[in-house]
Design a protein around this ligand. Structure first.
Ligand SMILES: NC(=O)c1ccc[n+]([C@@H]2O[C@H](COP(=O)([O-])OP(=O)(O)OC[C@H]3O[C@@H](n4cnc5c(N)ncnc54)[C@H](OP(=O)(O)O)[C@@H]3O)[C@@H](O)[C@H]2O)c1
Length: 278
């Protein structure tokens, strides 16, 4: 193994042990892919459930230990996915920097997840200097896939395909949205077996809706000891009512574990399916 670069991260095995039960199972060598990719919903939030100070503002929330955990989680998924709002706000790297993966101590792209941006209306102006494109060119990450309902212009397609990425065209549903079932089916058709969905607010709140929450297999939330104040990008799904019109909880986790990591705490759990049944 080559010497990992200075920005490579490590995540202690003792901490990893707590989180492993919430991660996709390691497939047996000759097993066929699962019918549906394993979906992990993960993000970092403040004490007032904000992901960032305001829309479009990148906000550092988690400490170094939780940051290393995020990269460990990325090394355990075949893909990582964000919405276009996050791609525009953060210009994210969307690669894995755990020591020993491709580009960080190993040859090729072993252990590097497939970066995916869901961008139905083609709002994200990906270009040659976008971090995810630059890292793919440097052999430190894979070429990005964009899931969109809008045929991109020739320049955008060239930027993406030049570094081994792809444009995946999907249809909008009657309500104008690209449904999560469609997105996940499109990824399964490409051989993706596990997806770590990292945000932002719009994407997370959609996935917490009862009709989508059943698609999620695991939830891993880093809670940082800070309040960001009103006006942030909040994790707060639409309210839900029962047949009598009475307010009921939107969803709940079960099999929960709280793992302290530095000054943060990491909440791991699995969706309680009875909590979303009508
Ligand atoms: N703390 C964290 O862990 C964390 C993680 C990620 C992001 N963030 C922060 O979150 C903020 C961005 O959040 P955001 O809510 O503005 O953007 P977002 O959730 O990243 O992206 C929103 C866009 O995703 C698209 N989308 C496509 N299909 C969708 C579907 N089925 N359901 C939901 N969305 C769909 C929509 O595009 P169309 O309008 O084209 O339909 C929507 O405008 C940034 O400030 C970023 O820094 C924080």
């Amino acid at each position: 193994m080559a010497q990992p670069p200075r920005d490579a991260l490590t995540f202690p095995a003792l901490d990893a042990e707590h989180i492993l039960p919430y991660l996709p199972p390691t497939p047996a060598p000759s097993s066929s892919p699962p019918p549906k990719p394993f979906i992990t919903l993960t993000f970092a939030t403040s004490l007032d459930t904000s992901l960032s100070l305001s829309p479009g503002v990148q906000t550092a929330l988690s400490g170094p230990a939780s940051k290393a955990m995020t990269h460990f989680l990325r090394s355990r998924h075949s893909a990582i996915l964000i919405g276009s709002g996050t791609a525009i706000a953060d210009d994210p790297s969307l690669n894995c920097r755990i020591a020993g993966v491709g580009g960080y101590g190993s040859e090729g792209l072993i252990g590097q997840p497939q970066p995916i941006v869901v961008d139905p209306s083609g709002k994200w102006d990906v270009h040659d200097a976008s971090k995810v494109v630059r890292l793919a060119r440097e052999g430190k990450g894979r070429g990005v896939w964009i899931i969109t309902a809008q045929e991109p212009n020739a320049r955008k397609r060239e930027v993406v395909e030049d570094v081994g990425g792809s444009i995946l065209l999907v249809e909008r549903r009657g309500n104008g949205k690209v449904g999560w079932r469609n997105i996940i089916d499109a990824l399964a058709a490409q051989g993706i077996t596990s997806v770590m969905i990292e945000g932002g607010g719009h994407v997370i709140n959609e996935l917490l809706r009862p009709e989508n929450f059943g698609l999620v297999d695991s939830v891993i939330v880093t809670i940082a000891p800070v309040w960001l104040g009103k006006g942030g990008v909040q994790v707060c799904p639409d309210a839900r009512v029962d047949e009598q019109g009475k307010r009921v909880p939107v969803g709940r986790l079960e099999g929960v574990k709280w793992v302290p990591l530095g000054e943060d705490v990491v909440l791991c759990g699995k969706p309680k399916l009875e909590s979303i049944s009508p």
